[in-house]
Design a protein around this ligand. Structure first.
Ligand code: NCD
Length: 310
């Protein structure tokens, strides 16, 4: 039995492999509803708060779509400057209000640890939609769902995380989860943007020894999955440092010649220049289906934390 009712979703490490498998199984059943082929009123009368203190396209819209597809409703903001945060209201007070007005809260915030703090102030479930350079657990759930549906399994796959591994929160959560599932990991990044030590330590504790690479040309060759990330410009204290690494990795048709025929490319998006548009039309490209998968996965998560069978 999945014990998910009223659970916060702050860090992927809060969940076991069995619980993650359970969420993915539930998400699979949600696909026809996410596509609008079947109707559901499972979350009728429930309200979701979407509190976005940082820009978002996919995460916010897919949470809102997930809620609407299940017959629920949402309130919230995509731009904190229109809220009382602008007047100096604390995050704790904003969370108390969302708790009073809704049944579940999705929070994105520039500060690492913000979601954990919010969860302390709310008796309603808080879902972390990205806390600075910290974690992005719901992205990880949809990433795992995508790997499993495209490749049939996660354990034993050679998964190559590429780009800004230092500031990218998606890869922090994902590396941890992939190690839990027993995947082989390669971290391809410029030296200054390699995976933080605490993530490497966690992965090793889970029995996985990651291969560290600087050259994508070399590391692309034996990958089953190449997970590309954007250089997180907004997290650099010094723009000159950003300029040094921007454009470091780009997947184009030439680069693809070195890859396995059945290698898949994923990207949490937004992309800037990491993947050439021609690559979109190749069978390797899975980033748009990955983005769609955000809807059924978030539908599963919302119904589980609200204790409703979808
Ligand atoms: C990512 C994020 O916000 O961390 N986007 C997302 O949620 N799909 C990745 C990024 O901004 O580069």
């Amino acid at each position: 039995m999945l014990k998910m009712k009223y659970r916060d979703v702050v860090s992927i490490g809060d969940f076991t492999v069995e619980e993650i498998e359970g969420i993915m199984d539930h998400a699979k059943k949600m696909v026809p509803i996410a596509k609008g082929e079947k109707k559901s009123k499972a979350l009728d009368g429930k309200i979701l708060s979407t509190l976005f203190f940082e820009p978002s396209t996919r995460t916010r819209l897919s949470f809102e779509s997930a809620m609407l597809r299940l017959g629920g409703e949402f309130i919230g903001f995509a731009e904190p400057s229109v809220t009382s945060a602008k007047k100096g209201e604390t995050l704790a007070d904003t969370i108390r209000m969302a708790e009073a007005y809704s049944d579940v809260i999705v929070l994105r915030h520039p500060r690492e640890g913000a979601a954990r703090l919010a969860a302390k102030f709310s008796s309603k479930p808080v879902i972390n939609a990205g806390d600075g350079a910290g974690q992005h657990p719901t992205q990880t759930l949809l990433d795992l769902f995508t790997i499993k549906s495209e490749k049939g399994k996660i354990g034993g796959m050679n998964i190559n995380l590429v780009g800004d591994l230092k500031y990218g929160r998606t890869v922090h959560s994902l590396a941890h989860a992939l190690a839990m599932f027993g995947a082989e990991l390669t971290f391809t990044a410029p030296k200054d943007l390699q995976m933080p030590e605490h993530v490497i330590k966690r992965v090793k504790e889970l029995g996985i020894k990651p291969r560290m690479e600087e050259s994508l040309e070399t590391s692309i060759e034996d990958a089953d999955v190449v997970y590309v990330t954007r250089i997180q410009k907004e997290r650099f204290a010094d723009l000159a440092e950003f300029e040094k690494v921007s454009g470091a990795y780009r997947i184009d048709m030439d680069m693809l010649e070195k890859a396995r025929k059945d290698m898949i490319i994923m990207h949490p998006l937004p992309r800037v220049n990491e993947i050439a548009p021609e690559v979109d039309n190749t069978p390797h490209a899975k980033y748009f289906v990955q983005a769609f998968n955000g809807v059924p996965v978030r539908m599963a998560l919302l119904s589980l934390v609200l204790g409703v069978k979808g």
